[in-house]
Design a protein around this ligand. Structure first.
Ligand SMILES: [Zn+2]
Length: 215
């Protein structure tokens, strides 16, 4: 969803941007890579496994894919609608339990009314996400989602301002940025400043490249 987080356009950042976008093609039908169909555990596994792999040479592309899955959570789930104003840190902390998940048989949505999906989520404090293939649950919504025309009609995604919950697009985008920054800070603390900079962001700048080569 979010293609960059405000860093200079050095080659590593461009690589991450490309690999972020590639996830929508390479893993188009993978529910867990997009937090679709309430695949919260699977989505977190994609993130935390990717973080482990990102310590290796292929880290830049892997991390780009991790960004994609992490950012999709805020657009495809009801985290924003639940009133949260901070990232869901548990998504990058595999030792912490994912809580308040809607059960597979728990209805989560009602019909949108006249194309207005502002109140289609049922009033409950359970975490859910949009489905592409199951009725009685919230649908993702949009032209690629054939289930959104069935009861319950409509969807909950916030991918764009004209999406089913597009009025919340900016809030989802802001949280996705905050979550991405939180993840990067987590990595920086784990690997140290020098490794973090050289491996992930600015090794193409002449000054830092010298430091990287010299270490
Ligand atoms: Zn996606």
């Amino acid at each position: 969803m979010i293609s960059h987080v405000g860093f200079s356009t050095t080659r590593p950042v461009i690589l991450k941007t490309v690999h972020n976008a590639i996830v929508d093609v390479a893993y188009a039908l993978s529910e867990k890579h997009h937090f679709d169909n309430e695949r919260f555990h699977g989505g977190r596994d994609v993130i935390t496994t990717g973080l482990t792999l990102s310590n290796f040479v292929a880290g830049r592309s892997t991390l780009g894919g991790v960004f994609h899955t992490l950012q999709d959570f805020y657009s495809h789930s009801n985290w924003v609608e639940l009133g949260n104003i901070a990232p869901y840190s548990t998504l990058i902390k595999p030792e912490q339990p994912l809580q308040n998940l809607a059960g597979l048989s728990t209805p989560t949505c009602r019909n949108c009314i006249g194309g207005n999906c502002g109140t289609n989520l049922l009033e409950q404090s359970l975490l859910t996400s949009g489905y592409f293939n199951l009725f009685s649950k919230c649908s993702h919504g949009g032209s690629f989602d054939q289930t959104s025309t069935h009861d319950p009609v409509g969807g909950i995604n916030k991918d764009a301002v004209d999406s089913s919950h597009g009025s919340l697009h900016q809030k989802a985008a802001d949280l996705a940025v905050d979550a991405t920054l939180e993840l990067l800070e987590d990595i920086r603390q784990a690997v140290g400043d020098k490794n973090f900079l050289c491996k992930h962001f600015v090794c193409t700048s002449a000054i830092v490249e010298i430091n990287c080569i010299a270490k």
